[in-house]
Design a binder for this molecule. Structure first.
Ligand code: ATP
Ligand code: MG
Length: 255
């Protein structure tokens, strides 16, 4: 049963033939993740079913420990579930094939984390080039940095950039390979409000202009106004989901 739901779709890559039946880009079914530390078992995910559609902007909310990062890592192929299946297009991410998972991450997924993980001894341009050198059809590091508004900072080292600028380099690095999916785990967690809005605006632009399916984890409920759909996790389960009639742009958010 893979009939489309015509009302679902963000409208960017939704430019694909109107009326065409659309299967979800991601299909997660019965995802559980149990961490075992010695005798102790932690049930991080307790049975998550989720469909994500191409080009969607998703915000993932939920209390600390509810399983948000675990879910995002599984969608991004950084981790595997204890049970359940995840499909991305025609890839089965839960077949146990590590080489296939590595290829999936390399070709399809961009990650952005709370801490930027830039290499301190490389300039902004070189940090982005690390990724573009191994990608199949990347944009140039210059174009990627221009997309995040950092044309004037290409030859700066991370220590010469503000936190927000470093995060934008990290976003340029994530999107330079033109991933189909951008997964962001608390991308504004370490930033002040004004800088956070700048970073969210960049993520929003990537979603709209490149049609990249985007998921953003946040503790800040105000950010959910930017999403097509907001998904809430509680204690390892999806406890809420709602669709925004209209999406807010980053610079109208207040928190
Ligand atoms: N590598 C790990 N080993 C053991 N337990 C883990 C591991 N990673 C996560 N957990 C546990 O799984 C549960 C879910 O963690 P997860 O990091 O997904 O939560 P989260 O919703 O992202 O929380 P936060 O908002 O604090 O980042 C937590 O109870 C956590 O302690
Ligand atoms: Mg987390």
């Amino acid at each position: 049963m893979t009939r489309a739901e015509p009302e679902i779709g963000p409208g960017t890559k939704g430019a694909t033939d109107a009326g065409e039946a659309r299967a979800p880009e991601f299909q997660a079914r019965g995802i559980t993740r149990v961490y075992r530390i010695g005798e102790v078992e932690v049930h991080a995910l307790r049975g998550v079913d989720l469909d994500l559609f191409e080009g969607e902007f998703i915000v993932l909310l939920g209390p600390s420990g509810s399983g948000k990062s675990t879910l995002l890592n599984i969608l991004g192929g950084l981790d595997g579930p204890t049970s359940g299946t995840v499909r991305f297009r025609n890839h089965n991410l839960t077949s146990g094939d590590e080489a296939a998972l590595t290829l999936y991450r390399r070709e399809h997924v961009g990650f952005v984390f709370q801490f930027y993980n830039l290499i301190p001894s490389l300039t902004a341009r070189e940090n982005v080039a690390l990724v573009t050198e191994i990608a199949a059809s990347p944009m140039s590091p210059e174009d990627a940095l221009a997309l995040v508004g950092l044309s004037g900072r290409m030859d700066h080292f991370p220590s010469q950039l503000s936190g927000g600028e470093q995060q934008r380099v990290a976003i340029a690095r994530a999107v330079a390979k033109r991933p189909d999916v951008l997964l962001c785990d608390e991308p504004t967690g370490a930033l002040d409000v004004k800088t956070g809005i700048l970073v969210l605006d960049v993520i929003d632009r990537v979603n709209r202009e490149l049609g990249t399916t985007t998921a953003v984890i946040t503790h800040n409920a105000a950010i959910s106004a930017m999403a097509d759909r907001v998904i809430t996790l509680s204690d390892g389960r999806v406890s809420g989901m709602h669709r925004n009639e209209r999406k807010a742009s980053a610079n109208t958010l207040t928190w």
